[in-house]
Write a protein that binds this ligand. Sequence first.
Ligand SMILES: CC(C)(COP(=O)(O)OP(=O)(O)OC[C@H]1O[C@@H](n2cnc3c(N)ncnc32)[C@H](O)[C@@H]1OP(=O)(O)O)[C@@H](O)C(=O)NCCC(=O)NCCS
Length: 192
Amino acid sequence: MHKNSNRPEKPFNIRKSIESDKLEIKNIHTKAFGEKKGPEIAELVKKLFNDKTAMPLFSLVAIEGDKIVGHILCTKVKIIQTMEPVSAQILAPLAILSDFQNKGIGAQLIKEGLNLLKDSGVELVFVLGHPGYYPRTGFIPARALGFEAPYHIPEEHAGAWMVQELCSGVIGRIKGAVQCSDVLNQPEHWRE
Ligand SMILES: CC(C)(COP(=O)(O)OP(=O)(O)OC[C@H]1O[C@@H](n2cnc3c(N)ncnc32)[C@H](O)[C@@H]1OP(=O)(O)O)[C@@H](O)C(=O)NCCC(=O)NCCS
């Protein structure tokens, strides 16, 4: 676990998820995303774990005491319309149980997730999420850099489609449309 210079030492640990974590992971998404979206996101995560086209996937949990309090998932994406091979992933979803929010757990899961992706040779990471949150961990608007989302993002939400390079020089050299795994590339996951 890395130290965050802005906060005191944290009482949580981060590790890769294992098979027996899946029920707790489901509960985290169900609760954190709320009554309407929660069950849908939990189902998405379940399906992504079984989606061959999402592999390799990277799944980390944050643990406080003996309880899983947060989860981050990254799955493979392809960039089409580019001749150059590039290893890319999408971060989706990320959730922290409400009682454990605002303690830096989300930021630390993102940081450790990005480190893991980088060590695995991933060059680009995309996210569709809160434009006030993800730039804190290095994400920048993707469309202006030549990366189209799988489905049209309305102009007023353009800032929610973001990218980060884990290997310098990829942004600018590579452009194209992002295609997610079979499960994530469905239009219902790209509506507000
Ligand atoms: C969004 C979420 C993952 C953040 O996790 P977290 O562990 O609470 O966040 P951190 O502790 O790392 O960061 C907290 C900071 O981010 C800010 N923040 C949290 N959610 C934010 C949002 N949606 N937009 C802008 N800023 C946000 C907080 O105000 C806080 O700011 P401060 O440091 O200036 O006080 C968490 O709130 C969550 O699980 N929400 C429900 C599910 C969800 O929306 N997931 C993200 C989908 S894109």
